[in-house]
Design a protein around this ligand. Structure first.
Ligand SMILES: [Fe+2]
Length: 255
């Protein structure tokens, strides 16, 4: 199993604080059947800055640490890049990482709003050959209230990643329902843990795929997407469908 979003590197952000945490997370990942994990420390989210060379160095050190402890997990480099004004310039300057050097970048919106410049930024990113993967859209307040916005991003070529714990119901029934709805409407292409630790923000990948298989029969397809991504092969989801708003008033006020 491949996990494309995690905070497993020690001392980079609000994930693993020390090597001991990293080791505990790595063991938990292996216990779930994860063999490859993309380390995606926060970058430019207002609190943490982790530029490309720092992340790459930490990934090498972490792989050496895991090898030393006999833990069969391979860590590869990425970033969870907050959508910010200078993103494109920083990409060109070599400060940013895609996922394992592929043509896919994990991008994060603020949880309460979508910046106005995001759609033109996504367009420009794609002109540069980089496909944005929207991290956990199910946890964004704006997408929850107005899923048609996410539909537009996906229709314009972005992909998205739902968090495993959302699918399993660890973040509540409402988020679980919305997550499954996104997958069912072809508005989410990947499942990832976004694990920060082994307690409050663990992996739940195995359980999430079981839920997806049971409810929608789409676990294999989503696992294939992760496999393709790390081999930098095209990930092409089925055509997205808009989530229909429930009532007329909702429709009128959520256009
Ligand atoms: Fe994250």
């Amino acid at each position: 199993m491949i996990d494309i979003h995690s905070h497993i590197l020690p001392g980079m952000d609000d994930g693993a604080a020390h090597e001991a945490d990293t080791l505990a997370m790595a063991k938990a990942a292996v216990d779930e059947g994860i063999k490859t994990i993309v380390a995606t420390p926060h970058h430019q989210n207002g609190t943490y800055t982790n530029e490309a060379p720092i992340v790459e160095g930490a990934v090498d050190q972490t792989n050496a640490l895991l090898h030393h402890h006999g833990i069969p997990l391979t860590v590869i480099a990425g970033q969870e890049v907050r959508v910010y004004g200078e993103l494109l310039e920083d990409l060109k300057a070599g400060h940013l990482l895609t996922l394992h050097g592929s043509a896919y970048m994990l991008v994060e919106f603020p949880s309460n709003y979508i910046p106005r410049f995001a759609s033109s930024l996504f367009y420009d990113l794609q002109l540069e050959g980089v496909t944005p993967i929207i991290a956990h859209p199910e946890r964004n307040k704006v997408f929850m209230e107005k899923p048609s916005l996410l539909y537009r991003y996906i229709q314009n070529g972005a992909l998205s990643q739902v968090t495993a714990a959302s699918v399993t119901g660890h973040f509540g029934k409402k988020l679980q329902k919305f997550s499954l709805e996104l997958i069912d409407h072809n508005l989410a292409h990947f499942i990832a843990s976004d694990a920060h630790n082994t307690t409050s923000r663990g992996f739940y990948m195995d359980k999430a795929y079981n839920v997806i298989e049971q409810k929608l029969g789409r676990a294999k397809e989503m696992q294939d997407h992760a496999e393709k991504l790390i081999h930098n092969q095209p990930v092409i989801g089925d055509a997205p469908n808009e989530i229909q708003a429930k009532g007329l008033l909702h429709k009128l006020f959520n256009r």
